[in-house]
Design a binder for this molecule. Structure first.
Ligand SMILES: O=P(O)(O)OC[C@@H](O)[C@@H](O)c1c[nH]c2ccccc12
Length: 237
């Protein structure tokens, strides 16, 4: 499966050697907790996705965020190249918006977290469906040491056992199963469990103007939205 393959090649990934940071860390967790009037939008930029999205209009990243910077609480940048067309240079480029930047990658090591920091990232992604509890605990604690927040994401209810809650953690529910790449929404079943940790909860994937009023978004502190916004969808609730 594609995501397993991406993780398996992490040891071959070229990591960011020199520091591209232009500013101090901005906490994504703080931004979501302070967001007024409902969940904060984390707008994701990607050029393509194995689940079928492609940035047909080849939206320029700076033009894109110039247009939406006033309505978003954070930015998510795909940095994986092969399947998402990503690059750390995208993260470096969007530091100018002074919004917290989530490095959306298949992170499995401390060196990848350090690389995310050097690229200008403020937070990083850990996926419970692919990393075990001890690995997540180690990486959350490393991120905390260098001041970064971790978005600890779950899809399969069984993988919630890998959650390591700490003060720098934001929890995410991914409506998409990354093992099948299909939308399989267990958010109703999962919400109370995730909320019980007392941490911000972000709803992720497949959110658009047609379903946004059916997803009980008022319960969430954040919405991670990529494809629909990149395709010009107008999101309002
Ligand atoms: O483009 P969408 O359907 O709005 O989804 C955005 C984001 O949730 C999705 O890209 C995502 C959520 N978790 C991930 C983990 C890896 C790669 C991608 C993701």
């Amino acid at each position: 499966m594609i995501v397993d393959e991406i993780y398996s090649k992490n040891s071959e990934r070229k990591l960011q050697e020199f520091n591209m940071r232009e500013r101090g860390i901005i906490s994504l967790k703080d931004a979501l907790e302070k967001n007024q009037n409902g969940p904060g939008i984390i707008a994701e930029y990607k050029r393509k996705s194995p689940s079928g999205f492609s940035n047909k209009s080849n939206t320029d990243i700076l033009k894109y965020f110039d247009g939406i910077q006033r309505i978003i609480a954070g930015i998510s940048i795909l940095t994986e190249a092969q399947y998402f067309g990503g690059t750390p240079l995208d993260a470096e480029a969007v530091q100018c918006y002074n919004k917290p930047i989530l490095i959306k990658d298949f992170i499995s090591s401390e060196s990848m977290i350090k690389s995310s920091y050097m690229s200008g990232g403020d937070a990083f992604l850990l996926i419970c469906d692919f990393l075990d509890y001890n690995r997540i605990k180690k990486l959350v604690q490393y991120g905390k040491k260098i001041g970064m927040d971790a978005l600890v994401e779950v899809h399969d209810p069984a993988s919630a056992k890998n959650i390591f809650p700490d003060e720098n953690v934001i929890l995410g529910y991914n409506r998409r199963n990354l093992k099948t790449l299909k939308m399989e929404d267990n958010s109703e079943e999962m919400y109370d469990n995730l909320k019980s940790y007392g941490l911000p909860v972000v709803l992720e994937s497949g959110i658009n103007h047609e379903n946004i009023n059916k997803l009980h978004i008022e319960k969430y502190q954040g919405l991670l939205i990529g494809s629909s916004l990149l395709s010009g969808d107008t999101i309002r609730w």
